[in-house]
Design a protein. Structure first.
Lengths: 246, 267
């Protein structure tokens, strides 16, 4: 069997915010093509870890190695080359609220590619259909429900065919039906586009049916990492407490 | 012992405030440097720039027309009664024009645009910040300065002097209406004396002032909005409202201080 390639390596990353140590030396290796869920209690530093990886924050200590290059001390220009390959679905969706769904999805296509308007239109129709939002292109973000907003944001995140997609709590605030729909969509899209997916979540046990690897963040450290089955059978008291006493 | 402790606390507090101030000035300096650098570096974004020219310039026309006309009318009313005591009511035109061109035009225009557009710019950028729209630009490998800050900055540099010029002209005609049509000053003298006394230096002074005010206002308003949601600017809706208030107050005070400083240099 061919060995999987390492895509992201997080080495001993520490981050303190307002005097509070949020990350205490996180170590995590993410392989190409994986769909990994980072789970943990709310406020436990999952989003901070994601922001450090995507460059919205800088670690106080440690290394974040992407494709063999340490990104922590990279120049802005070098880092742009790295994040060009990322797609991010923010917790709030982060759609531009003064333009409609079509314009939101067209925005990265117009700014980052040389596609003609008619090709952009085709691509948007395609991606909107893949997230189940066909015919919603003229709606403004404020006119969409929470689930639809997440779908539109997902469409924008994947429209440039990124190598890595980050999902920051993609189902927070959604009802169980919508939650299942979004989880299903992430799994389906991952299969269709073949990107590496990193999901920040605290949806236990639902996330086990979506991800093929799960990492648990507790007290600023990764205390367990493995397949969903391995995590569910973990003997670690913190993991058991989080899984079964929520 | 207690006195020593209190003294220590007071000194520590003063030190923290001073360091905070230095840090804020430093961050504002870096922000301005980035804005200036990205203003001249390609690629150039025309669409957001045109939208901001429309918002800051065109949408301010009614406010400028109203304030300009009434400022000129009030000036004419006040100057007329004072000048008449010395038999110098023929100097009404130059008095109104010089006051408007050198002082009131640039200052009033800057204050009006701060209230109308500056506050909106701060809150818009602040909301973009707290709803992660600016972060989403970063992760699309796009530069937020290029899309959010630079169009505002360039539009202000273009619009402030033009709006000031409009304010001056409308104010002069407002003064003409009160002085000539209502109070009976000679219309010919109003403009003839103005032509002989107002010179290019006065107009240049007004132009430089409006340019400086444009930079000050847009620098402060954009910076305050941009810092919302960071560890320096607080979080949530309250941070947006605080940033907006701070931006308007700070811009207004800085305009008046700047007006005095520039006025004393030019005189």
């Amino acid at each position: 069997m061919m060995e999987k390639q390492i895509l992201i390596e997080i080495r001993d990353v520490k981050k303190t915010l307002n005097g509070h140590a949020v990350l205490n030396g996180v170590n995590l290796t993410i392989y190409k093509g994986d769909l990994i869920a980072i789970v943990g209690a709310s406020g436990g530093g999952k989003s901070v870890l994601m922001k450090n990886v995507i460059g919205l924050m800088k670690p106080d200590y440690g290394q974040i190695i992407i494709d063999g290059k340490n990104t922590v001390n990279m120049s802005h220009r070098q880092y742009l080359k790295i994040i060009e390959r990322f797609g991010v679905l923010f917790q709030s969706g982060a759609l531009f609220d003064s333009i409609n769904v079509y314009e939101n999805i067209a925005f990265p296509l117009r700014e980052r590619t040389k596609l003609k308007e008619k090709d952009i239109k085709l691509k948007i129709e395609d991606v909107l259909a893949s997230v189940g939002l066909k015919g919603m292109d003229n709606k403004y973000p404020a006119e969409l429900s929470g689930g639809m907003r997440k779908r539109a944001a997902l469409a924008r995140a994947i429209v440039l065919n990124p190598d890595v997609v980050f999902f920051d709590e993609p189902t927070t605030g959604l009802d169980p039906i919508l939650m299942n729909a979004i989880h299903g969509l992430i799994k389906e899209n991952h299969h269709q586009y073949g990107y590496t997916g990193i999901i920040i979540s605290h949806e236990i046990p639902k996330i086990f049916s979506v991800a093929n690897k799960v990492a648990m963040l507790h007290d600023g450290l990764i205390i367990a990492y493995g397949t969903p089955e391995e995590i569910q059978n973990s003997e670690n008291p913190h993991v058991r407490n989080f899984l079964y006493n929520q | 012992m207690i006195v020593v402790n209190i003294f220590g606390y007071v000194m520590a507090y003063i030190g923290r405030v001073f360091l905070g101030l230095i840090s804020e000035i430093g961050k504002m300096g870096i922000f301005l440097f980035n804005t200036l650098a990205y203003s001249v570096l390609p690629p150039y974004r025309w669409k957001p720039l045109l939208r901001q020219i429309w918002f800051q310039g065109y949408m301010s026309l009614i406010v400028i027309f109203m304030t300009g006309s009434f400022a000129g009318m009030v000036l004419a009313l006040q100057f007329y009664h004072t000048l008449k005591q010395f038999g110098a009511d023929s100097m009404l035109g130059p008095a109104v024009a010089l006051s408007l061109i050198r002082e009131l035009g640039p200052v009033f225009t800057a204050l009006m645009v701060t209230g109308r557009a500056g506050s909106a710019i701060t809150s818009e950028i602040g909301i973009m910040r707290i709803s992660e729209q600016i972060d989403s630009l970063y992760v699309m490998a796009l530069n937020p300065y290029k899309y959010v800050i630079v169009p505002n900055f360039l539009a202000a540099i273009l619009c402030f002097p033009l709006l000031t010029a409009l304010f001056d002209v409308i104010g002069i005609y407002g003064g003409y209406f009160v002085g000539v049509k209502l109070l009976g000053v000679s219309g010919e003298l109003y403009f003839e004396q103005m032509k002989s006394i107002v010179n290019m230096e006065d107009i240049a002074m007004g132009f430089y002032k409006s340019l400086c005010f444009a930079i000050i206002v847009i620098w402060i308003c954009c910076y305050k909005g941009f810092m919302v949601g960071t560890e320096f600017g607080g979080h949530g809706a309250r941070a947006v409202s605080k940033a907006t208030t701070d931006a308007v107050v700070m811009s207004s005070v800085t305009i008046l201080i700047g007006d005095y400083i520039m006025g004393s240099f030019f005189i």
